[in-house]
Design a protein around this ligand. Structure first.
Ligand code: SAH
Length: 224
């Protein structure tokens, strides 16, 4: 079935100009955000707001991040065409689709199965083939599947907030020289933090921005 995407050119350009004004200068990130149709990632009821710079509700009580935050996190990862990226919190899949434009492959983990299924359907509709997504507890990192390990990753992005610090399994699955971006802190007072792995034990840590994310929760969700 062909996907008809309504003409949102004017809205797209307005958002990209706004992101530039807010300080996003990475042209590859801006081009990816102009290209990926955010309206297909949000519920029908809020579709008219898809190109506004706001977070919106999605299923399972979760949220699709504000475009400015998606742009900031993606730019902070300094993605290279050959990077292998791990994402925790697929949600609607919007951030995943943006990452997939800018790196070799994205491995994404979501704890709500219904969200994962919908995100995978969108990747198929958009013909994005370099995403592997699973339903699991992302706090444990990417699992060994049929005897195959994917870690270490060049970059890791977490789109739900850790309470105090990144889960150890994720720090372990980062390549030396690699980078992780993750919101850390309790409700309402989180900070977006960037960890650069300098050796097996040493990380250079930088605070990027105060943010508000839904919490990172253990295990997979039951009942959708
Ligand atoms: N990037 C997503 C953000 C969704 S909100 C988007 O733009 O749509 C954060 C997501 O992280 C939620 O879908 C939530 O279910 C998921 N999440 C929280 N803890 C998790 C965990 N331990 N493992 C995998 N996903 C998790």
């Amino acid at each position: 079935m062909a996907l008809t995407i309504p003409d949102t050119t004017a809205k797209r350009i307005r958002l990209i100009m706004h992101l530039r004004k807010e300080g996003i200068t990475d042209t590859a990130v801006l081009a990816a955000m102009e290209k990926i149709p955010r309206e297909i990632f949000v519920p029908e009821a809020v579709r008219h707001q898809a190109w506004d710079d706001i977070a919106l509700p999605i299923a399972c009580g979760q949220t699709i991040s504000q475009p400015f935050i998606v742009a900031t996190m993606t730019a902070a990862l300094d993605l290279k065409a050959n990077d292998k990226v791990l994402e925790i919190g697929t949600g609607c899949g919007y951030q995943t689709a943006i990452l997939a434009q800018l790196c070799r492959r994205v491995y994404s983990i979501e704890r709500h199965k219904p969200l994962l299924k919908e995100a995978e359907a969108r990747f198929r509709e958009l013909n994005i083939t370099n995403i592997v997504a699973i339903c699991a507890d992302g706090m444990k990192g990417w699992p060994t599947i049929h005897g195959v390990d994917q870690a270490p990753f060049d970059k890791i992005i977490v789109t739900a907030a850790a309470r105090e610090k990144p889960p150890q399994a994720l720090l372990d699955q980062l390549k030396i020289g690699g980078m992780m971006i993750i919101p850390v802190g309790e409700n309402g007072q989180q900070v977006l933090r960037r960890y650069k792995k300098e050796s097996e034990e040493a990380f250079a840590v930088k605070d990027v921005l105060p943010v508000r994310f839904v919490p990172l929760l253990p295990d997979t969700a039951t009942g959708g």
